[in-house]
Ligand binder design. Structure first.
Ligand code: ADP
Ligand code: MG
Length: 914
């Protein structure tokens, strides 16, 4: 029992009238409320989880926020400054679930624990409060619990620091930290590169000095990152102390051993570490030494390109339907995270890419081995995250078991690979590392841990019988005493001359004897009263204890305490043994993840018939029989074939790449074709096989993808503005090594504006950027450019008309579309026949004027309104066609029905002799 009143009962004296002076109010506060307010004042930006027994309680505004967010009951508890104190609580056992929801909603939570046993507090006097303090701040970027984390996704906290460089320019340092795995990397970016870096890192939480949030451009960039943002005060951003702070964290004298870092990087790293110290209070996660990402070492992909290409999420933000989801055949969480990381930052060095491809190719060729490895991998737990929890002293017996099983898988996979002659340097290296997995540690864990394990170490029972002699003794004593107690029941029955006597146990009384009322009355009198001590009278029953029972109980309790203490000591020993090998174990985790990724990509290549791309330093871009991995899978699921297409944008570095201009009707497959080529390049550069018959790709340094008139209402900018901002970024940044994909640029404005902008954009791409480019457009006028720009060529999507209906062949051929087929598509979409007919008339008129050389201006002269005002003459009052039409509800038709209806209407029209 705590020394405090039940939190749900009002405390004495708290219901009195409001007092004007806050000081007087404070003086009258219960000691506990005073403690609460002091702790809350120290953590104003967090919801405070205040531990009271088996609950975390929230008070005041916190309680309102939490009760609304969690859908739990809001109650009252006494008064403060004349107002009811609102409160709500969550049981400690289920706190993780509630935390997850609050964090998911962007809240931060300060977890305040009882730091002493309530009995200790009582020793200081009856009125004293249990000592409490915040042991941890839980924020989106600092969580470590499995239940709060997504298994296949890193959870990254990124700190950003800005350093002035020269008069006007600024450099940004970024420190990306995943506390759940210990990964820590630093990078630097200029103003344009900052958003690209943040898009690559995809952080859960962004930390930055307040000054950066005061800059509207940066603050907008942060708010677009789908991350929680945390401004940092001056106390954590002092750049003079930055280097010292990092050294202190790692316990080293200088940073030289870690590598050379820039001032911006050191500044960012110091902020990240200061924040770790601030949120983890006493605990220190064991972090890897910071590694440095060199600029240009990965394919740069900005946020809108990532979004457009749906690399890791779809446009609507889900993982399902993204490229990552389509290619992820990994079997371990660490493997899934590594694959996601590769996709976030494809490589730019052909030799590094070739090493990864060698690993995939080797495993493609070794189907049997691959199957064996995958069977082993599927048993690997997420032991890196378990290790991180252990380092924070937040781990339980199951985390130790994860270490045991992880080490086991590491060693078996290592051994299996060591038996092979491996033609991949990466795999050989990983295998050499894995065979070094410490079997002594694994053996000790295996020998010590039980098969069934509790979640919490406090629950005990996780150490296997027979491994620790003193523990076995304590347990025997405990169990023996239990057996003796069971025997006592028989003895007491005899003594009391009854069979209705039972020995029971509850948390309040401990062991006690229960009899029926009548029998109990007898025990209250001599001679029984000498043995039986009355404890409680219940309805119809009485409860007693005896000295003997109390002694046994004490024995059991002390034996159980002793057993638990021994188990906890064993836990600490094993934990220390794991932590002593932290870096080595983390290395095993990474090696295993690498093998998982290689096996998964090989599996993918075999099952989907993908091929090894050639990746080099040229300006090639040759794809034969390329496919869109996601669209193909979706069509495949519906039993429909995907039409493979070629692409060739190859050029010479001196001249630049080619520009393909793609025309064709809506729905013909232009966007799919554009994206598939970008995805194939991306896949090639992560070191994966690609969905094509053959692919030869010269390294792409930056990838740009823009879609005209993308709906971007969420950001509150006009869609055309967004389109132009993004196009500007391409024209300013794309180089001869870049790959540019422009899909219907210029669609968001008036025809002539759009056409002119598209024209000028292509000319700039051709003359200045010289990037390999795919440009899909509905402006047929642009196809004329092929006459004047030698590196530009026209492609079109083949369609055919069958029975006056448009059929998409999804096939790319050279040349340009002879017309836009807009009216046919409109017809397919179910526009009323009268509108379709009318559109045909106008089109014919327009085309005639255009061909006769008259200025396009003549469109204005078309008697649009005059014609439209005239109702189409009705041919026949009993017009079957009309009757049939009237029965069709376009909103209620499947595509198949729509087509059938169209055929029928055509037939009727023919019969009507129109
Ligand atoms: P567009 O950009 O020309 O309007 P999309 O690329 O959006 O056309 O393609 C429209 C639909 O056509 C896609 O959703 C897909 O179902 C189908 N499609 C596109 N390309 C192919 C292909 N190569 N093979 C089979 N179906 C395709
Ligand atoms: Mg399109």
């Amino acid at each position: 029992m705590t020394s405090e009143a039940d939190p749900r009962e009002p405390e004495e004296g708290e219901n009195s009238a409001p007092v004007a002076s806050q000081a007087r109010e404070m003086a009258r506060l219960t000691p506990m409320m005073a403690q609460y307010l002091a702790i809350k004042a120290a953590n104003p930006d967090c919801l405070l989880f205040y531990r009271m027994g088996d609950f975390y309680e929230l008070f005041f505004k916190d309680a309102e926020i939490a009760s609304r967010a969690l859908g739990i009951v809001l109650t009252k508890r006494g008064k403060h400054e004349g107002e009811d104190i609102r409160m709500c609580g969550v049981p400690v056992e289920r706190a993780d679930d509630y935390l997850q929801r609050l964090i998911g909603l962007g809240h931060r939570v300060a977890v305040c624990e009882q730091l002493e046993d309530p009995a200790e507090a009582k020793k200081r006097g009856n009125k004293s409060v249990v000592r409490r303090d915040v042991v941890r701040l839980v924020t989106p970027g600092t969580i470590t619990e499995d239940r709060l984390l997504e298994p296949g996704r890193a959870n990254i906290l990124v700190a950003v620091q800005r350093i002035k460089s020269g008069e006007t320019r600024a450099l940004f340092g970024l420190a990306a930290l995943d506390i759940s795995t210990g990964a820590f990397s630093l990078s630097e970016a200029d103003e344009a590169g900052l958003s690209v870096e943040i898009a690559r890192i995809e952080p859960s939480e962004i930390l930055a000095p307040q000054a950066l949030f005061d800059d509207p451009a940066i603050s907008r960039l942060f708010s677009e990152a789908r991350a929680a943002v945390t401004p940092i005060g001056r106390d954590m951003t002092d750049s003079a102390l930055a280097e010292r702070r990092i050294c202190d964290y790692y316990g080293v004298e200088t940073l030289d051993g870690f590598g050379a870092f820039t001032r911006a990087e050191i500044g960012a790293a110091a902020i990240a570490l200061a924040y770790v110290e601030r949120t983890q209070i006493e605990a220190r996660p064991a972090l890897s030494p910071p590694s440095r990402r060199i600029r240009g070492s990965s394919l740069e992909i900005d946020a809108s390109t990532r979004a457009n290409l749906e690399l890791t999420r779809t446009l609507s933000g889900e993982r399902a339907g993204s490229l990552l989801a389509a290619i992820d055949l990994t079997l371990t969480s660490a493997g899934a995270r590594q694959l996601a990381e590769r996709l976030a930052s494809p490589l730019t060095r052909p030799s590094d890419i070739a090493s990864r491809l060698d690993a995939v190719a080797y495993l493609v060729g070794e189907g049997r081995l691959r199957a064996d490895l995958r069977a082993m991998l599927s048993a690997a737990p997420d032991f890196i995250r378990a290790l991180s929890r252990l380092s924070l002293d937040r781990g339980g017996p199951r985390d130790l078991a994860a270490m045991r099983d992880g080490l086991h898988v590491a060693r078996s996979v290592g051994r299996k690979l060591a038996e092979q002659i491996i033609s991949s340097a990466n795999l050989a290296e990983a295998s050499a590392q894995l065979v070094q997995a410490d079997d002594a540690l694994e053996g000790e864990l295996a020998a010590t841990l039980n098969d069934e394990l509790p979640l919490n170490k406090r629950d005990g029972g996780f150490v296997r019988a027979g491994t620790l002699a003193p523990l076995d003794e304590a347990r025997a004593l405990r169990d023996e005493s239990r057996r003796v107690i069971a025997e006592l029941q028989g003895k007491y029955c005899e003594l009391a001359e009854t069979r209705q006597l039972k020995i029971k146990h509850n948390n309040f009384l401990g062991f006690y004897i229960e009899t029926q009322q009548a029998q109990g009355e007898k025990l209250l009198r001599p001679p029984h009263s000498a043995t039986f001590i009355h404890r409680q009278t219940m309805a119809g029953a009485m409860r007693f204890s005896t000295n003997e029972l109390a002694e046994l109980e004490a024995k059991i309790a002390s034996a159980a305490d002793r057993a638990l203490a021994l188990e906890l000591a064993a836990f600490d020993r094993l934990r220390a043994a794991c932590l002593a090998q932290m870096e080595a174990i983390r290395g095993l985790g990474l090696a295993l993840a690498e093998i998982d990724v290689a096996c998964a990509l090989a599996e993918l290549a075999v099952s989907r018939d993908w091929t090894r791309p050639i990746v080099d330093d040229s300006l090639s871009f040759v794809i034969e029989g390329g496919r869109h991995p996601v669209v193909e899978a979706a069509l495949h699921a519906r039993g429909e074939p995907f039409v493979a297409n070629d692409a060739d944008l190859s050029g010479e570095v001196a001249d630049g790449g080619r520009i393909a201009l793609i025309t064709g009707p809506n729905m013909a497959g232009k966007s799919t074709y554009l994206r598939q080529n970008a995805l194939i390049a991306t896949l090639a550069q992560i070191g994966s096989f690609v969905p094509a018959r053959r692919a030869h790709i010269g390294i792409v340094d930056r990838l740009f993808s823009r879609v005209g008139a993308a709906d971007d209402l969420a950001r509150g900018r006009s869609t055309f503005m967004v389109e132009m901002v993004e196009t500007a970024a391409i024209l300013n940044q794309a180089s001869v090594r870049s790959l540019v994909i422009l899909d219907e640029i210029g669609r968001g404005t008036a025809t002539f504006d759009g056409l002119s902008i598209a024209f000028a954009t292509i000319e700039h791409l051709n003359a200045v950027n010289r990037s390999r480019t795919l440009f899909a457009t509905h402006f047929h006028e642009l196809t004329r450019l092929s006459k004047t720009l030698p590196r530009l060529f026209n492609l079109t999507m083949r369609v055919t008309e069958w029975n006056n209906n448009l059929v998409f062949l999804h096939e790319v051929t050279s040349g340009s579309a002879d017309r836009s087929y807009g009216i046919q598509v409109a017809k397919l979409a179910g526009l009323p026949q009268s509108v379709i007919e009318r559109a045909r008339v106008i089109l014919a008129e327009l085309e005639a004027t255009n061909r006769s050389g008259a200025a396009l201006r003549s469109i204005d002269e078309l008697p649009l309104f005059a014609v439209a005002a005239k109702p189409t003459p009705r041919k026949d009052d009993k017009d079957e066609l009309r009757e049939k039409l009237a029965t069709i509800d376009p909103d209620d038709l499947t595509p198949r029905d729509a087509q059938a209806a169209l055929y029928l209407l055509k037939k009727l029209a023919a019969e009507n002799g129109r």
